[in-house]
Design a protein around this ligand. Structure first.
Ligand code: TYD
Length: 132
């Protein structure tokens, strides 16, 4: 449900030596089975452009800034800007997402509830809106 998509603050520590953030299972509604990251992203590209049938994800802008536009099968939309390493966006299953407006040298870290399974992807928007 798109109402379950939200920004989650990531706890951590900051002192004169710098900042440290930690994501452990108490702040996420799923167990992490995979970590991947997107980087070397040219300006003006769109990443994402898909939904997952079962997988939940948690996205963090480790560096830089980008927008995440999400949409559910009813056409409800939300727009988030991720630009802080100490917060992340929870995207539940069955939510279409597009990542846009990447600032130069941005890095998007993704914590995922499952390993990579292409059959879990819906990559066609019309197919997503008509998914039964
Ligand atoms: P893609 O789904 O286009 O990336 P994004 O949605 O983040 O923009 O993935 C690019 C390619 O990488 C695609 O062929 C699938 C492959 N891939 C894997 O093999 N394993 C993974 O964990 C991920 C995320 C993608």
């Amino acid at each position: 449900e798109i109402s379950n998509s939200k920004i989650i603050n990531i706890p951590g520590n900051e002192d004169v030596r710098g900042a440290l953030s930690f994501v452990q299972k108490d702040i996420l509604p799923f167990d992490v089975k995979r970590v991947y990251y997107i980087y070397n992203i040219p300006e003006n590209v769109t990443r994402g452009g898909h939904a997952h049938i079962e997988q939940n994800e948690f996205l963090i802008a480790l560096k830089g800034s980008f927008n995440v536009e999400i949409c559910d099968v009813h056409g409800n939309k939300k727009l988030f800007t991720l630009n802080k390493p100490n917060e992340g966006l929870l995207i539940p299953k069955m939510i279409w997402r597009e990542l846009t407006n990447f600032k130069a040298d941005s890095i998007c870290l993704v914590l995922a509830s499952n390993i990579y399974i292409e059959e879990d992807y819906i990559r066609d928007y019309d197919g997503f809106m008509n998914f039964k």
